[in-house]
Design a protein around this ligand. Structure first.
Ligand SMILES: Cc1cc2nc3c(=O)[nH]c(=O)nc-3n(C[C@H](O)[C@H](O)[C@H](O)COP(=O)(O)O)c2cc1C
Length: 389
């Protein structure tokens, strides 16, 4: 990301998560309440663990916004960890004076999590240090940044949405999601547009919980009304899919990505895949089938951008998997850390955020603008140009 950059810091049970978002044009109306809406969405969804009952995420805007509008300065955001109060000095910055007060180290890595790879990489003798930062708690900070990016995109007529299309082996019937469906998705505990599939998904989560197991799934993210003409084919790394795929893979546990028809297109003849072109006096060039997922030749077409992501099952199982004690090298059961059974609905909200950031960054790079109105004017001018051709 070149125009819109961000970094996050903070541990899962430390005092707070911190984010700095730089490159947002001046003049964008931003409020903590709007960011909190997305933070609340990230905390929801059927299958979450007990942590979500402890946290009630709230962002504090501590820089870059004055009288409700961005100033062009870096935006600094803080999200407190309420659970930190239950962890005493386990995450203390200063080492305790009394060695007996040092927390018992975690020595047994969870298969499928970052524990073993992280402990070896940073030569850590307490896996707690890995757990704290590899935890998806960090995604709350990115959802806060993403909420700002969504406001920027909304200013040029783009609205992000996501819905769950599979949990474990249960799949939703998949008619294309429309903006009208979004309210129904948000009201569903599984964030699924298909009510009967949602019921089956919840039953499969209940069965996994009962068995001490976990589940993954598939999420579809859509960007309605994203401006055309962003990205390019002239260098591979400037293709819009390249930036969006990279953004998708910043989300922990995401192991696959598809655009438009995605992997299904590989099994179909071209006549059933490629969006035929028409011209409409009001809309200009149109592709009514939308199979390309809003991107052709690495360039946004103005159609809805459709990205699907596959999430692996949660790595922390209450019926532990086999592991190895990193002190004794003895075979033992893996460490259990309070955990989600299924976080697919929440991952959808995180994916919306990271994709909003990548889409806003690419659009800013393409259209420029130190202020929101300069950005909007350039987008409108290009849309008018496309209609005139
Ligand atoms: C929203 C969300 C919530 C998650 N919750 C958990 C969890 O409660 N327990 C867990 O073991 N992994 C959870 N994960 C997945 C881990 O963060 C992830 O598997 C881990 O960081 C290792 O990264 P990797 O799976 O990409 O290798 C969650 C991921 C997301 C996106």
């Amino acid at each position: 990301m070149t125009r819109l950059r961000f970094l996050t810091a903070g541990e899962s049970h430390g005092r707070q998560l911190t984010a700095v978002l730089e490159g947002c044009p001046a003049g964008l109306a931003v409020s903590a309440a709007l960011i909190d809406d997305d933070l609340a969405r990230r905390q929801g969804g059927y299958g979450r663990g007990a942590r979500q009952a402890i946290e009630s995420d709230h962002v504090e805007i501590v820089g870059g916004v004055r009288y409700g509008r961005t100033t062009g300065a870096p935006i600094a955001l803080a999200v407190a960890n309420r659970d930190a109060g239950n962890w005493g000095d386990v995450l203390a910055v200063e080492a305790p004076e009394d060695p007996a007060a040092v927390a018992e180290p975690v020595r047994v890595p969870r298969p499928g999590h970052a524990d073993l790879a992280g402990a070896l990489l940073y030569d850590l003798h307490d896996i707690r240090d890995v757990i704290e930062r590899a935890s998806a708690r960090e995604t709350a900070a990115r959802v806060a940044c993403g909420a700002v990016a969504k406001l920027l995109l909304a200013g040029v007529g783009c609205r992000m949405a996501s819905h769950v299309v599979a949990v474990g082996a249960e799949r939703a019937a998949a008619p294309r999601l429309r903006l009208d469906d979004v309210a129904r998705v948000e009201a569903d505990p599984m964030r699924c547009a298909d009510a009967s599939a949602s019921a089956r998904m919840r039953a499969t989560v209940d069965a996994a919980r009962e068995a001490g197991d976990t589940l993954g799934g598939v999420i579809e993210v859509l960007a309605f009304g994203y401006p055309p003409g962003v990205g390019t084919y002239v260098q591979g790394d400037r293709r819009l899919e390249s930036a969006l795929a990279a953004a998708v893979f910043t989300v922990p546990a995401i192991k696959g990505v598809e655009f438009g028809l995605g992997f299904a297109a590989a099994g179909l003849p071209g006549s059933q895949v490629h969006d035929v072109l028409e011209h409409d006096a009001e809309l200009g060039y149109v592709r009514r089938s939308g199979n390309a997922g809003g991107i052709e030749g690495g360039i946004s077409s103005g159609d809805t951008i459709v990205v699907r992501a596959a999430m692996k099952p949660i790595a922390t199982l209450s019926s532990p998997l086999r592991s190895v004690d990193m002190g004794s090298h003895q075979a033992v059961e893996s460490h259990f850390e309070r955990s989600d059974i299924c976080a697919v609905p929440a991952a959808g909200v995180v994916l919306e955020a990271v994709l909003a950031l990548a889409l806003a960054d690419a659009a800013l790079e393409r259209f420029g603008g130190a202020t929101v109105s300069e950005f909007r004017t350039a987008v409108d001018a290009y849309r008018a140009h496309c209609l005139s051709r």
